[in-house]
Write a protein that binds this ligand. Sequence first.
Ligand SMILES: [Zn+2]
Length: 327
Amino acid sequence: MEEVINIPKILLHIHLDGSVDINLLYEWLKEDGYDLSFDEAKKKFQVDKDCKSLNQYLEKFDLPCMLLNSKERLKKASRELFLKLDREGVLYAEVRFAPLKHINDNMDEEVVVEAVVEGMREAFSKTKIRGGIILCCMRDFSFDDNIKTVDLAFKYLNKGVVGIDLAGAEAIYKTEDFRDVFMYASKLNIPFTIHAGEADGISSINSAISFGAKRIGHGIRSIDSDEFMKKLIDDNILLEICVSSNYQTGAVKEYHPIEDFIKKGIKVSINTDNDTVSNININSEYKYILDNTNITIEDIKRSNYNAIDFIFADDNEKNKLKKIIGL
Ligand SMILES: [Zn+2]
């Protein structure tokens, strides 16, 4: 484990609500009047070891989303997550969440975003980790709500927020239907990544790329076409790969294509998606990949180095990271 902890890491794909410290979640659960033992609570926050169902996986977000219902909690969840990532050897992390899922009578979307940014900044002041917040548009949200999320990202861009994403049920709500949302984001020069090719096929990834996405969340269905994989290389697209998550949601059955992607020269970054839901961390993911594929530590180091060009930050930040990670 020592050797993977020491690899300086770039983490591009991790959701706040799926990665809140489990002890914090339990504390809040009790504060809010739930009478559950820790083990019972754990079952509500974490998938079973052999989970292979998207529905089971998605159920685990219900409670954390509900518990992240105040400024203090959002701030703390964000701060503790960045501090944890720092301990795991992450140099730069982009943490994503959907702000509109947390608004209530006491908190509008601006308070929500400011709380998460503040938590991140508190972590920055104590550690060397750097990064930013990505705001998620949701596939099941109305057009107006997604536009609201884009406007919110624009308001806080370079003030803690670094970009936007599209998350949610890809098989039901087609990527193509969100073209106008991302055309609007492009007009505002907001960087974006899009979950695609996880529960839907190549056409979904293709739509995301045609909107201008240079980063694709998962993108694993690219494996279905050699021609398409060549396009990923030609267009210099990076896939944000999350191995355990892909098994647990059933997006990947027996065999995960990460090794093919790397061997073919497609740029990939290795991520966790949801640390708490999957009961993993970035080091256990690296370890799993090293133990179960022919991917080497050198491949992993290169994936981190390659990821730097795709972070939503300026050249100054990229150059600093390149100097530290070097090859
Ligand atoms: Zn994700």
